[in-house]
Design a protein around this ligand. Structure first.
Ligand SMILES: C[S@@+](CC[C@H](N)C(=O)[O-])C[C@H]1O[C@@H](n2cnc3c(N)ncnc32)[C@H](O)[C@@H]1O
Length: 261
């Protein structure tokens, strides 16, 4: 992947950290592709607050708090309560919002891939999109680990496809219309520092900011979807579009569903 203008966002914020383990060439390539510095130790002059490093065989995103504690990865394990079979039953608010007749889904805001992987494990045909080069690297690492799982190989399954770029453009160039386009853009928090916001989402907001173009993304999704668009929103946020055709309530969030006319 080559550096692009969105990488400017990371200047002074993000670096790659080599901690003496693994092939340094991989770390160099990652730093180069993201146009960020590579450090082998953190001396007091280091100004960046976020770091990427391979630890325990996974690419991890760290902030200064996490440097000692481990780091955040794309977690490929099923969520609590999710059945460990493939395909897992299409149950719960997310599956209901995707619709009973849906086969193909595009997740246009993949982020940490947790909704994507849930959708994938329920057996939908899934294509992922993500514009942040950092999140793309973390997702590629997670999808590579997923492809190596015994159950994936036994069932001869491929990890989901991943397109990097702004989904507003990517959706306009899809060759076939997916039944459903799924959106989970970053909304501003209700309070400045929400105690209940997950660390993974807080770090994403700190690194990438809010997704200010979500209305344009929603419009692009409505144009490109075959049957429906689903928007995951915090329960306090206004719907992205007009009144949703259906709403499915989750814990502190809701899925707003818009049918194609
Ligand atoms: C709130 S996070 C999504 C979390 C995700 N649903 C999960 O389960 O981990 C939003 C992500 O969408 C990405 N995103 C937002 N707008 C986008 C766009 N127009 N094109 C591509 N990616 C976008 C952001 O970079 C961010 O990584």
């Amino acid at each position: 992947m080559t550096a692009n203008t969105s990488d400017q966002k990371y200047r002074g914020k993000l670096a790659v950290l080599y901690e003496g383990q693994g092939d340094i060439v991989l770390f160099q390539q990652l730093a180069e592709s993201l146009a960020v510095p590579l450090y082998q130790s953190l001396n007091p002059d280091v100004q960046e607050s976020f770091f990427l490093s391979w630890r325990d065989g996974c690419l991890k995103l760290l902030d200064r708090d996490l440097l000692k504690k481990g780091g955040l990865v794309v977690n490929i394990e099923p969520r609590n309560g999710e059945q460990r079979s493939w395909p897992a039953p299409k149950q719960g608010a997310l599956a209901q919002s995707l619709g009973r007749k849906t086969r193909t889904v595009v997740d246009a805001t993949t982020g940490w891939g947790q909704d994507s992987l849930h959708i994938f494990r329920m057996g939908y045909e899934l294509l992922c999109m993500e514009r942040s080069p950092v999140m793309t690297e973390l997702l590629l690492d997670g999808f590579k680990r997923l492809a190596q799982q015994d159950w994936m190989q036994r069932l001869n399954l491929q990890a989901p496809g991943l397109l990097t770029g702004n989904a507003i453009d990517l959706l306009a160039n899809l060759e076939t219309r997916p039944d459903c386009i799924y959106l989970d853009p970053m909304f501003p928090p209700k309070r400045k520092k929400s105690a209940i916001a997950k660390k993974s989402m807080m770090i994403l907001r700190d690194l990438l900011g809010n997704d200010e173009d979500k209305e344009q993304l929603f419009a692009a999704a409505l144009r490109a979807a075959g049957k429906r668009v689903v928007v995951k929103s915090p329960d306090y946020a206004k719907p992205l579009g007009a009144k949703p055709d259906e709403i499915f309530q989750g814990k502190l969030l809701r899925y707003d569903v818009y049918f194609k006319g």
